[in-house]
Unconditional design. Structure first.
Length: 259
């Protein structure tokens, strides 16, 4: 059996006056080396997509993190300059894919911006500049560090007993590399909170009525997916779900049906 394929929606980026559809290498590497799957980058367009045509051709959906934020108008809030940068083409691509993947029982893993897109796609809202709220820890990346320092595992989150993620990582405290300035405010009705930071910030969710793996995390398991135990376990579980979906949709050959 060939390796199954997951779709990863792209970000829109500009380099030297040209527009690029891009995904950070760390997500593609984790999909290949920790989940054991291939990844297709899905270009981001604001209109014209046939979501089912994309999902017909893949076995899973991986929603990556990004420097951009979901546009506040998508959860009923007014936008201001400090809420950006925005990527409306990414929003228009990811949110419909998320909803249809869940409807079709296609495995879904959403990371950082991805968990926020998952929450908005299902009717939740987001809070901006959470470090300014009383009692909140500063979840932003440290200043003056290299990329490994940026993604250093330094924060404790509590995984709720009996949750989907507890079945993968075990319940209780784990250490993660969460770096963000936005977070879930109102949790979507179809989402269950799976893990929280010490200040109560939502750090992981699952889709309550999902018929397949459908998990979002605010931290970055992709960065250390080959060396950190918890990160590897999460990507391995996603890979297992993708392979199970791919195997279930394989056509039965005439010889197999006779046997």
């Amino acid at each position: 059996m060939t390796k199954p394929i997951v779709a990863i929606p792209a970000d829109i980026r500009s380099f030297d006056g040209a527009t690029w559809h891009a995904v950070q290498h760390q997500y593609l590497r984790a999909a290949l080396n920790a989940s054991g799957v291939m990844a297709f980058i899905i270009p981001a367009f604001e209109e014209g997509y046939d979501t089912d045509a994309i999902l017909d051709r893949v076995d899973g959906l991986l929603i990556s993190g990004s420097a951009s934020n979901v546009h506040p108008s998508l959860y009923g809030a007014a936008a201001n300059d400090k809420d950006g940068p925005f990527d409306p083409a990414r929003d228009a691509t990811s949110l419909p894919l998320i909803r249809r993947a869940i409807d079709r029982a296609i495995p879904l893993l959403a990371i950082c911006r991805g968990i926020q897109e998952l929450n908005v796609a299902l009717g939740g809202s987001l809070a901006s500049e959470i470090q300014e709220q009383p009692g909140n820890w500063d979840h932003r990346r440290p200043e003056g560090v290299d990329r490994d320092g940026m993604y250093a595992i330094r924060q404790t989150v509590h995984v709720k007993e009996g949750s989907c993620i507890a079945g993968i990582l075990g319940p209780g405290e784990i250490r993660v590399n969460s770096l963000h300035r936005q977070a879930i405010a109102r949790t979507a009705p179809r989402l269950q909170v799976e893990a929280v930071a010490e200040d109560g910030t939502v750090e992981a969710v699952s889709v309550i009525d999902a018929k397949a793996f459908a998990v979002g995390v605010q931290w970055h398991p992709e960065y250390w997916a080959e060396t950190d135990k918890s990160s590897n376990q999460l990507f391995a579980a996603f890979g297992d779900a993708v392979r199970a979906y791919a195997a279930a949709k394989l056509p039965v050959s005439p010889a197999q049906s006779i046997a």
